[in-house]
Design a protein around this ligand. Structure first.
Ligand SMILES: [Zn+2]
Length: 117
């Protein structure tokens, strides 16, 4: 193995680590974006009205899964994530912190990754 081959393997590894770090921050970015775009409207609608939209999108996700179209599934998954972020904004919950707290160390029941329950 040449020096550059080893260097490139480390470079690829480091880029994967950086991608992972940024991926972990996308939840907060998503929540911040939903706050900037929709907070005023979400406040007028209220948490229960926002929750009903979240439920409606959950039903639509089920329909999309039944359709088998990954494009439709991704579209509905994005809607669910957006409505969940709006609910968290209304209630002052940091979704990323909540996810890290509950799942950051693996399965919350057995503590393993992958889960061994
Ligand atoms: Zn488990």
């Amino acid at each position: 193995m040449s020096y550059f081959t080893g260097y490139n393997r480390w470079r690829v590894y480091l880029l994967e680590v950086i991608d992972t770090i940024f991926d972990m921050k996308t939840i907060r970015k998503l929540q911040d974006a939903m706050c900037a775009i929709y907070l005023d409207r979400d406040r007028r609608r209220g948490v229960w009205g926002t929750y009903l939209h979240f439920l409606e999108e959950s039903v639509e996700l089920g329909k999309a899964i039944s359709s088998g179209s990954n494009e439709d599934i991704a579209d509905e998954a994005a809607d669910i994530a957006a409505w969940l972020a709006s609910i968290c904004n209304l209630l002052g919950i940091d979704l990323e912190d909540a996810l890290r707290s509950k799942y950051g160390d693996g399965c919350p029941k057995c503590g393993s990754t992958p889960c061994r329950c």
